[in-house]
Design a protein around this ligand. Structure first.
Ligand code: TRP
Length: 455
C-alpha cells in the first residue's frame, strides 16, 4: 500500500482533527434554526436516526476508502475499485464532493462573516442591556446593505486562502486542539445559564417531545441532508482524513466517537438557544438569524457578558474557519492535481471564485430583488436558500448514496472486511445498513419529496 502522505501522530489527534472538521456552523448555527423551522422533537428524532443508521456507516465507508488508498479521494476510490475488479468510473465517489464543497463554502463564509461581526459586537459591548427587539435591530442593520457583509465574509475568504496557500494547517490544527475544548466549555456554560434563567422546560419539551404532525416530508429530507452536512460527509474530507489514519486505530470506533461528539455539540447548542428563544417570545422558526437574535440577549444580561459574548462568537468563528479550510481544500487540491496550478495560484483562484459566488448569498440576505428566483409553480426562493437546499439536501444525500453503494456492493467483501478491520457481527451490520437501509431510505425520501412537490 503506497503511503505518500503524512499520518496523524495518534488516535487522539485524529479524532480531534476529524471532530474539528465535523463541528462547525452546521452544529451551532444551522441545526438549531432548521430544528426551529421544522417543529422540533420529531425533526430531532429523525435526525438522530439518520446519524446512527446512515451517517455513521457512510462515514466508516469514507474513512475506509481513504485508509485503503492513502491518496486524494478520487484516486483512493479508483485504487479500491480496481483492486476489487471494478471500473475506474467509481472515481465519481471522489468528485461530487469537490463541487458540493465549493458551493457550501460560498454561503458558509457569509455566515462565518456574521459570526466575525458578532465577535466584534460582543467584545465592544453592543449587547449590554439590550432587549430582544434591540438585538433584532442590530441583526437587521448588519444585513441592511451589502458592504458590511462583503467585508466580513471577505475577511474569512482571505484568511482561508492565506492559510491554505501557505500550507500552515499544522500550526492551526494545534490551535484548534485547544479551542475546541474552550468552545465546548463555553457552550456548557451557556446551557447552564439558559437552564437557570430561560424557559428550559419549554425548550426541552420542544426539542425532545416528538410530534410527527409537525414534520413534513421536506422536513425529513432536511434532517437527512443535515446528518450528512454536519458530519462533513460526501465532501471528500473524511476520505482525506482516512488517508492519514494512524495504524492500529479502529476506524469503526473512532467514527462513532466523532459522530457522538458532533451530535452532542448540536444538542447543546439547541439547549443553549431555545430557552432564551422561548423566554423572550421569539419565534422558533425565525430562520438563519436565530442564534444571532437569541444568544446576544443572554450575553447582554449575564455577569461578564461582554467577555462571554465576545469569546463565544470568537469560538464560533474558529470552528467555522477550520471547516472553511477543509472545505476549500478539495477545490485547491483539484486545481493543483488536474489543472497544474501552483498551491498559491489554486488557493487564490478558488478563493476569488468562492467570494464571487458568495455575493449571491450576500444579496439574498440584504433582500435584493434579483436574488429571489422563481422555480416551478409558485415556489420563490432566494439564491442563499437554493444553494443551501441543493447542496445539503440533494448533493450530499446523493453523494452518500453513491458511496454506500460503492463501499457495500462494488468493493469486494474481502477488501472491505480487511480494511474495516472489525468484528464479523459489526461488519455485517455495517454492510447491511449500506446495502439496504441507506439506499432505501435516501431513495424513499427523494421519491416522497417528488410526490409532495408534485413534480
Ligand atoms: N460539517 C461542517 C459543519 O457542520 C460543514 C461541512 C460540510 C464541512 N462538509 C464539510 C466542513 C467538509 C469541512 C469539510 O459546519
Amino acid at each position: 500500500m503506497s503511503q505518500n502522505h503524512g499520518q496523524w501522530t495518534n488516535r487522539f489527534s485524529y479524532v480531534l482533527a476529524a471532530t474539528g472538521a465535523a463541528v462547525g456552523l452546521g452544529n451551532i448555527w444551522k441545526f438549531p434554526y432548521i430544528m426551529g423551522e421544522n417543529g422540533g422533537g420529531a425533526f430531532v428524532l429523525v435526525y438522530l436516526v439518520c446519524i446512527a443508521l446512515i451517517g455513521i456507516p457512510v462515514m466508516m465507508a469514507e474513512v475506509m476508502i481513504g485508509k485503503f488508498g492513502r491518496q486524494t479521494p478520487a484516486k483512493s476510490a479508483v485504487l479500491m475499485a480496481k483492486a476489487s475488479g471494478r471500473s475506474s468510473a467509481w472515481k465519481v465517489t471522489g468528485w461530487g464532493g469537490v463541487l458540493a464543497g465549493f458551493l457550501i463554502l460560498s454561503f458558509y463564509v457569509v455566515i462565518a462573516g456574521w459570526a466575525v461581526a458578532y465577535t466584534w459586537y460582543g467584545f465592544n459591548g453592543s449587547f449590554e442591556n439590550q432587549n430582544a427587539e434591540q438585538i433584532g435591530i442590530l441583526f437587521s442593520e448588519l444585513n441592511a446593505g451589502p458592504w458590511a457583509l462583503m467585508g466580513w465574509s471577505g475577511f474569512i475568504v482571505l484568511g482561508t486562502v492565506l492559510v491554505v496557500g501557505k500550507g500552515v494547517q499544522k500550526g492551526l490544527e494545534k490551535a484548534v486542539n485547544y479551542m475546541m475544548p474552550v468552545l465546548f466549555v463555553l457552550l456548557a456554560i451557556m446551557v447552564g445559564y439558559a437552564a437557570t434563567t430561560g424557559n428550559f422546560s419549554e425548550a426541552v419539551q420542544f426539542m425532545f417531545a416528538a410530534d410527527f404532525s409537525k414534520l413534513s416530508w421536506n422536513g425529513v429530507l432536511i434532517a437527512l441532508g443535515h446528518s450528512f452536512f454536519t458530519l462533513s460527509l460526501a465532501s471528500g474530507i473524511m476520505i482525506m482524513y482516512g488517508a492519514y489514519l494512524p495504524d492500529n486505530t479502529s476506524l469503526v470506533k473512532t467514527s462513532v466517537y466523532i459522530a457522538i461528539m458532533d451530535t452532542l455539540v448540536a444538542l447543546m447548542a439547541g439547549l443553549a438557544i431555545f430557552p432564551i428563544v422561548f423566554a423572550n417570545g421569539l419565534p422558533a422558526g425565525a430562520g438563519p438569524g436565530l442564534i444571532f437574535q437569541s444568544l446576544p440577549i443572554a450575553f447582554g444580561q449575564m455577569p461578564l457578558g461582554q467577555l462571554f459574548g465576545g469569546s463565544f462568537f470568537l469560538m464560533v468563528v474558529v470552528a467555522a474557519f477550520t471547516s472553511s479550510i477543509a472545505l476549500i481544500e478539495s477545490s485547491v487540491a483539484w486545481l493543483v492535481e488536474n489543472r497544474g496550478f501552483s498551491r498559491w495560484q489554486a488557493a487564490f483562484s478558488a478563493g476569488f471564485a468562492i467570494w464571487l459566488v458568495s455575493l449571491l448569498t450576500v444579496f439574498s440576505l440584504t433582500g435584493a430583488e434579483w436574488s429571489v428566483v422563481s422555480l416551478w409553480g409558485d415556489i420563490r426562493i432566494s439564491f442563499f436558500d437554493l444553494l443551501d437546499y441543493i447542496t445539503a439536501n440533494i448533493m450530499l444525500p446523493l453523494g452518500g448514496l453513491i458511496i454506500a453503494v460503492f463501499a457495500s456492493w462494488a468493493v469486494s467483501e474481502e477488501i472491505s472486511r480487511r480494511t474495516l478491520d472489525t468484528t464479523p457481527a459489526l461488519y455485517r451490520l455495517w454492510q447491511l445498513s449500506l446495502r439496504f437501509v441507506a439506499p432505501v431510505a435516501i431513495v424513499a425520501v427523494f421519491l416522497n419529496l417528488i410526490g409532495v412537490l408534485d413534480l
